[in-house]
Ligand binder design. Sequence first.
Ligand SMILES: [Zn+2]
Length: 204
Amino acid sequence: MYRYTTPRFIQWFDPFLIWKMKKREQPTLYLTFDDGPHPTITPWVLEILKQFNARATFFCVGDNVRKYPEVYAQILREGHSTGNHTFNHLNGWKSEKGNYYANIDSCRELVDSKLFRPPYGKIRPAQVLHLKKQKYQVIMWSILSRDFEADLDKEKSLATLKTSCRDGSILLFHDSEKAQKNLEFLLPALLDHCTSRGFQFAAI
Ligand SMILES: [Zn+2]
């Protein structure tokens, strides 16, 4: 069972990981989309974001950038930011460190960014320190949409997301096939709700 929000003790436990953003003048939310780019789902996300004048951050899998470079270019062209999500979506807990770092470097060749998000949110302290030395910012999240769950109660998820958003919250979604059905329900509704309550959406 996944939780929607990150327990506070975890946020406190590792100050090298970023779980929320600093306050700005206008209340701001930070949408993030992991695992793309995808040839149809990512352009759909971009269209929705455009409708709400929202900017977001896409943590891309290098191999998908290799397959769909034109979609990746569109993300940047429309004013969003991108981050490194390894080349093959590696689990930091299960990867030998040389492999893990080489996989991040391979992604970096296609994704010119110093933002990194560990696949599955799983990363070891030594890996975090290595990335810090390489000047990466390791971006985690404040709120998990759980959009990847096949049997998600969408109405309940939306209600929880609406009440969980705070100034500076980082929200995690996926531009992937697994999440598509839930994403199509949650994303426009959440953007509509939060925009009408005075939030702006910015890229990290
Ligand atoms: Zn991922």
